[in-house]
Ligand binder design. Structure first.
Ligand code: E4P
Length: 225
């Protein structure tokens, strides 16, 4: 399972890719607007920081298929071929997914609440589908089960599209979709920090160092060898 960052914060991305195995960056209009910076400059900066090979998912804001197609093509032309055009799944979106994917443009079908939306987007040619786990949970359905159903259906019908589970508010949701075999999760900065860290790990490290220092003082192994 890949870890992706759901953020438009360039400084966070810069640090995170230095330290962690990050498989891609996802954004949406709300995430970008939160940065309150020039859109084009922000995306260009993100692309520069992550390099030309990492997948960057940029969502369209146009709403009719013709405009979505035009916007999608311009997004890829300006931000590189490893940019996935994120398109919300509705009638116009599905038409645009068909057109763009038939022209070799990678599409991420987004704002997915049901497994049927994922299936039809994938049949239309989407390379990735993004079910919204927390938003589904908030509707009193189980987001992780929806993710699991999508994975099952893709296997059943031999569909190659990958599932990027999105919209998380807590670690348990991430854990649950991992158990269901999600290909990727995309999480914001706050949640990502909680994926790898644990206060008990920190206190264990502190104890190891205290025990070591009682016998060896401040010496490091690298200086003993
Ligand atoms: C990512 O692709 C989605 O746009 C994002 O995860 C939605 O998250 P939210 O429900 O926290 O807005």
């Amino acid at each position: 399972m890949e870890y992706m960052l759901d953020t438009g914060n360039v400084e966070y991305i810069r640090k995170a890719i230095e330290y962690f195995p990050i498989g891609g960056i996802t954004t949406n209009p709300s995430i970008i607007a939160k940065e309150k910076k020039d859109f084009v400059e922000t995306i260009k900066e993100i692309r520069k920081v992550i390099g030309e090979n990492m997948l960057l998912h940029i969502q369209v804001v146009s709403t009719n298929s013709e405009d979505i197609v035009e916007e999608g093509k311009k997004i890829v032309k300006n931000f590189g071929e490893n940019t996935c055009v994120k398109i919300p799944v509705n009638k116009e979106g599905i038409k645009a997914i068909k057109i763009l994917s038939s022209q070799g443009i990678k599409v991420t079908a987004t704002a997915i609440y049901t497994s049927q939306q994922a299936l039809i987007a994938a049949k239309a040619g989407a390379s990735y589908v993004a079910p919204y786990v927390n938003r589904i949970d908030n509707l009193s359905f189980d987001g992780a089960t929806v993710v699991g159903n999508i994975i099952k259906e893709f296997k059943e019908y031999n569909i190659k599209a990958k599932v990027i589970a999105a919209s998380f508010k807590n670690l348990q949701q991430v854990h649950n979709v991992a158990l269901h075999g999600a290909h990727a999760v995309t999480v914001n900065e706050d949640l990502f920090e909680r994926i790898y860290s644990h206060s008990h790990t920190d206190s264990s490290i502190e104890q190891f160092l205290n025990d070591w220092e009682e016998v060896y003082g401040k010496q490091k192994i690298k200086d003993m060898l």
